[in-house]
Design a protein around this ligand. Structure first.
Ligand code: FAD
Length: 362
């Protein structure tokens, strides 16, 4: 039986690594247990890049994204790596006025462009109407971010799956295929596997995993201006971003993937879904070859209200439910989750797990 740690973190995805880094910075003895490896293709943090934006319809998220931006800059300074790569973003669709209003309320800069302005300033994209320019958006170099976070974690053990948790009130025993691991507190940041693990300690979490589909497209002409980041806030919700360090553009449709079992994922493309992604590319990206491109599957960890779950129950801290929009908040969520361990910081109450049982009690 190994000695007792201050904290054991389950999962070396974005949330687990960011939390372990924040706890190590507070001097805690923290161990991270990962069933596979950092950023593996079955995790929600897999892939080259993500969108960082301030634009949300909810000012709370606009404010949180601004805080997260500062935290990413700290990690860049600490690691000497560029992680947030500034890129303009165009936001349009039925929800755009609500995004604009929330950004205005939060004091975040944005500019409404006419259809003619969009066409003149961003010829590689066809919006077909006015759009909101978000100047503070960026492309997140996701794999660089994970590597920088992992480098700040003193004890990371991969290939170790936690099969159950036992919270006896004074400590948590984490059962694995090998020696059990003991810790004063366990942080469960296991993405779409979290609800399954928490059921064992009587915590009910109505989460649903979906297997999303993205495609990487090549420009028709070399050397043309890359298309900006775009999000069409509506239903469906296509989005796209230029890939850092490659002449490629990533495109997907938010929340369009089928419900899936995280332990039974496939990397095979979903032809029907890929067809819809390519059709969106045809509609918005006249400067790109709308062939099948390079297809990639990636898993979302969804809550019913698409708000995160950040809470503590006994000696178990929970961080999950990022519902396809958590990457941009990574280091901030790490600080909040570490604060739930040490008691020196707390996430907004709206992320409490109890909201679901309250809802189910009606
Ligand atoms: C296609 C796609 C596009 C996205 N685009 C954006 C975007 O543009 N902007 C944005 O902000 N966000 C975006 N996201 C969301 C973002 O990537 C996720 O919110 C974030 O990566 C989730 O991180 P996580 O740590 O919660 O989960 P994960 O990365 O899934 O990490 C969980 C880890 O726990 C491990 N694990 C699970 N069970 C166990 C166990 N029992 N024992 C040990 N280890 C275990 C898993 O192997 C995994 O490595 C996107 C996601 C996808 C899939």
């Amino acid at each position: 039986m190994t000695g007792r740690h201050d904290v054991a973190v389950v999962g070396a995805g974005l949330l687990g690594l960011a939390t372990a880094r924040a706890l190590a910075a507070r001097g805690a003895d923290v161990v991270v247990l990962e069933q596979a490896k950092v950023g593996h293709e079955g995790s929600g943090s897999n892939g080259t890049c993500r969108i960082f934006r301030l634009g949300y319809t909810d000012p709370v998220y606009v404010g949180a994204a601004r805080q997260a931006s500062d935290k990413w800059r700290e990690l860049e300074a600490e690691s000497g790596r560029a992680i947030l790569l500034p890129a303009p973003q165009l936001t349009f669709g039925p929800q755009m006025p609500a995004v604009r209003e929330a950004m205005r309320q939060a004091g975040a800069p944005c500019e409404l462009l006419s259809a003619a302005d969009v066409a003149a300033r961003f010829p590689a994209i066809s919006v077909g109407g006015p759009a909101l320019l978000e100047p503070d958006s960026a492309v997140i170099a996701a794999n660089v971010a994970l590597a920088a976070l992992a480098a700040a974690v003193p004890d990371l053990r991969t290939g170790l799956r936690v099969t159950a948790l036992i919270d006896d009130g004074s400590q948590v025993t984490l059962l694995t295929g090998g020696e059990p691991v003991m810790a004063r507190v366990a942080v469960v940041t296991a993405g779409p596997w979290t609800s399954g693990l928490l059921a064992g300690v009587g915590i009910r979490l109505p989460a649903r995993a979906t297997l999303e589909q993205v495609a990487y497209l090549r420009p028709l002409e070399d050397g043309g201006p890359p298309a900006p980041i775009f999000i069409c806030h509506g239903s469906p919700e296509p989005y796209g971003l230029p890939v850092p360090g490659a002449d490629l553009y990533k495109i997907g449709i938010h929340h369009s993937g089928p419900v899936t079992d995280p332990d039974a994922q496939t990397q095979l493309p979903d032809d029907e879904l890929l067809g819809r992604v390519i059709a969106a590319a045809g509609q918005y990206l006249p400067g790109y070859a709308v062939t099948r491109g390079i297809a990639e599957r990636c898993i979302y960890d969804n809550t019913p209200d698409e708000d995160f779950v950040l809470d503590r129950v006994g000696n178990v801290v929970i961080g999950c439910g990022t519902s396809g929009h958590g990457f941009k908040f990574g280091p901030l969520l790490g600080e909040w989750l570490a604060g739930l361990v040490t008691g020196d910081a707390a996430p907004p109450a709206r992320f409490a797990v109890g909201r679901f049982s309250a809802a189910s009690r009606g």
